[in-house]
Design a binder for this molecule. Structure first.
Ligand code: SF4
Ligand code: SF4
Length: 457
């Protein structure tokens, strides 16, 4: 698979014209590894956990149906250009709920990743879509400097009154952009720049040692979730860690991988490995679950790279999601009480992709006075799923509505999460519904109690 995958990626990156008819018959192009789909015994035990199947009740929109389509393409019984195949690669959220419950161990994530890259390679696109994809994948998110530049423009739009005016005049609705615009995160006044800063520990760890932790600052987190980074750094210091922000980091590449741009995802992974290795840290910590999952997959992503394969696997092995690391460290219980009613929306790539389910709850349970209440279907996808909420707005809206209904039923005034995309999606939903509910990262909730400790001491 990988050789062919590289062929497709190389063709796309070089801009060489793709031979549409060779793709049609799968000659010389990537096809999913047969052992990946052969593991599926078609038992159907994954169907009930699949969000798209639960909404559409159609076999092709189920994990089993999609695996059958990928097998048909892989065995050259179906062209990769077949509408059913392309549609189902797009409609799948990549939420991994099916993989988490599959008794046969089907690696659905890797299978879908191959299928989506194949679909991206053969799809016929109009000039506008090609231009948007080039701008987003090849230009904007390949450079964190350009992301910051773009964010400053957005900040001006949001703070100058232009956003208010555009919404008021209905310009965005006329341009068909109201839905996408509503999903824009609020850009911070101050960005978190990985400038090599080192923050010393404020205490010792439970076992008396100090850990050096390198924080992956990411792309969207660094420009729109500075508060989450600040809380992460402080909470880790309270728990005995030295925190470093290594220079030279880029976007983790999850966005590119989800978009079928594997060569670009690999290039970003190599740059991040160089930057994070140089920090000489004991642990790499990531506070966006989609990104922590992706960095843990660097070993798989670069498995055929003679220079980076081992280094990628080593870096992945010492990567932790922030909720996982805090639970490992204790966390140190705050003295201050937080009388908040909190429910938890589980990010798919944390619960299903990393099987990190008890640790976020353990962190919340360490906070005195916090009234924690479970929501129904807590690990069902909220519809964010990378760019899914932009490209598949109808499905995403239905999933968001279901998530907000489940949240509202708990009567919680705070929805805790652990992923950037989910938080953007949930905040947009809460605003649209006019709910009196805040959406916060788990580490922000823990750190609110630590801040109160410091203020009262
Ligand atoms: S993916 Fe797993 S659970 Fe789903 S039908 Fe195949 S073997 Fe069964
Ligand atoms: S990844 Fe999610 S949406 Fe896709 S088939 Fe599996 S459960 Fe369904």
């Amino acid at each position: 698979m990988s050789t062919n995958m590289q062929t497709v990626s190389a063709q796309k990156s070089s801009g060489a014209p793709a031979d549409f008819h060779s793709f049609l018959h799968l000659a010389g192009v990537d096809a999913p590894d047969a052992e990946l789909y052969d593991t599926c015994v078609r038992c159907g035990l994954c169907l009930e956990s699949c969000p798209t199947y639960s909404l559409l009740h159609l076999e092709p929109a189920s994990p089993r149906g999609r695996i059958a389509l990928m097998r048909a393409v892989g065995e050259e019984r179906l062209a990769a250009t077949a509408p059913a195949f392309l549609q189902q690669m797009d409609l799948c959220l990549g939420c991994l709920a099916c993989q988490a419950v599959c008794p046969s161990g089907v690696e659905y994530g890797h299978l879908h990743e191959a299928g989506r890259a194949q679909a991206a390679a053969v799809r016929q696109k109009g000039a506008l879509r090609r231009m948007i994809e080039w701008t987003v994948f090849q230009w904007l998110f390949m450079s964190i400097g350009r992301v910051r530049l773009f964010a400053r423009t957005l900040w001006l739009y949001q703070r100058s009154g232009l956003q208010w005016l555009a919404r008021r005049l209905g310009v965005l609705r006329l341009l068909g952009m109201a839905g996408v615009e509503a999903l824009l995160p609020t850009i911070d006044s101050r960005f978190v720049v990985p400038d090599g800063s080192v923050y010393p520990p404020l205490a010792v760890t439970v076992n008396g040692s100090t850990r050096r932790v390198a924080l992956l600052t990411g792309c969207v987190q660094s420009i729109a979730f500075a508060d989450v980074h600040t809380a992460t750094i402080h909470a880790l210091r309270v728990n005995g860690c030295e925190v470093v922000l290594p220079r030279g980091q880029e976007c983790c590449g999850a966005l590119h991988q989800h978009g079928g741009e594997l060569a670009l995802a690999q290039a970003l992974a190599r740059r991040n490995i160089d930057a994070l290795e140089a920090a000489d840290a004991d642990v790499i910590v990531v506070n966006a679950a989609g990104c922590s999952h992706h960095v843990k997959e660097y070993g798989h992503l670069l498995r055929d790279d003679p220079v980076y394969a081992q280094r990628a696997a080593a870096l992945a092995a010492k990567t932790r999601d922030i909720t996982e690391l805090l639970a490992e460290l204790g966390p140190k219980p705050p003295r201050s009480s937080l009388p908040w009613r909190v429910t938890y929306q589980e990010p798919c790539h944390l619960a299903h992709g990393q099987k990190v389910t008890s640790q976020p709850r353990k962190v919340l349970a360490a906070i005195p006075g916090l009234d924690f209440v479970e929501m129904a279907e807590s690990s069902m996808c909220c519809g964010s799923a990378g760019t899914y909420n932009i490209l598949q707005p109808e499905m995403a809206t239905q999933l968001l509505a279901r998530k907000l209904d489940n949240s509202a039923a708990t009567r919680a005034n705070v929805i805790a999460s652990a992923n950037t995309g989910c938080m953007i999606q949930m905040r947009a939903g809460v605003t649209q519904r006019g709910m009196d509910t805040r959406v916060l990262h788990i580490v922000e909730i823990l750190d609110a109690a630590y801040q109160q400790d410091e203020a009262s001491s």
